[in-house]
Design a protein around this ligand. Structure first.
Ligand code: KIV
Length: 267
């Protein structure tokens, strides 16, 4: 199994049918571990608004928050391909404002690429970024920054109109210069059709088995929230239980005078 080293390997992996593994990451400790585990790509997702900050949506997330976390993740994983999400309203106002914001992210975080949500409405943004040598990962399907327009966090592209629009938008993003595309909460058949019709790789979350790669939110795959159990998610650990058990034992040992023991004290 080869390691993904740089942007050219996204295409190489797709051509050679080697699935691309991506997870989100927000801090130094997990970035270090993810790099040691050999993950292909880390995404500092604006999902940090949900899983780190506890907001109900990603809309409150700011550019400064994204830069803060991406810079931390880069320190923990200096040798892993790093993508930083562009938060809500950081690429919507004007091309000039977008370029200033994206320039900051690239300069201050050491990211290799930026991800943005949306289709045809953002063609000019993708083209401008690519022209400025900033690689862009697209994101279609459930685009959480548009939750109020979509009416909820639901599967996208089920009806014929939306299916056709998603197919067109995917092709448009490829034509505009995106190097890869996240498909979130899309019926498996549609994700497969998009993946087969594009040259660039697709990376799915809740998009079934036939995308060119997969992405999960790190907290979800580690099972930090026992309340969150969507159908698409597989939990590879139960950190909620492990963490609660450890803190409960620590709490009890402090209260019982068992911690610190002699072995934990300085002479
Ligand atoms: O913000 C995020 O974590 C994402 C992934 C779910 C793809 O966009």
């Amino acid at each position: 199994m080869q390691r993904l080293k740089n942007i050219n390997d996204f295409q190489k992996f797709k051509n050679e049918k080697q699935p691309i593994s991506m997870i989100t990451c927000y801090d130094f400790a997990f970035a270090r571990l993810a790099e040691q585990a050999g993950i292909d790509c880390l995404l500092v997702g604006d999902s940090l608004g949900n899983v780190v900050a506890g907001y109900g949506t990603t809309i409150p997330v700011t550019l400064d928050q994204m830069i803060y976390h991406a810079e931390i993740v880069r320190r923990g994983a200096p040798n892993t391909f790093l993508v930083c999400d562009l938060p809500f309203m950081s690429y919507h106002v004007s091309i000039e404002d977008t370029m200033r914001n994206c320039g900051r992210v690239m300069k201050e975080t050491g990211s290799n690429a930026l991800k943005l949500e949306g289709g045809r409405d953002f063609r000019n943004v993708v083209e401008a970024l690519v022209k400025a040598s900033i690689p862009v990962m697209g994101h279609l399907g459930l685009t959480p920054q548009s939750v109020h327009k979509l009416g909820g966090f639901t599967v996208q592209g089920r009806d014929e109109d939306k299916r056709r629009i998603m197919l067109e938008d995917a092709k448009m993003l490829e034509d505009a210069g995106a190097f890869s595309l996240v498909l979130e909460m899309v019926p498996e058949a549609l994700a497969r059709e998009i993946s087969e019709s594009l040259t660039i790789p697709t990376i799915g979350i809740g998009a079934g088995r036939y995308t060119d790669g997969q992405v999960l939110v790190i907290n979800d795959l580690l099972g930090t929230d026992e309340r969150y159990n969507p159908k698409y998610l597989k939990k590879y650990a139960n950190l909620a239980k492990i963490v609660k058990d450890a803190i409960t034992r620590y709490d009890a040992e402090v209260k019982e005078g068992k911690f610190p023991g002699e072995e934990n004290t300085f002479k």
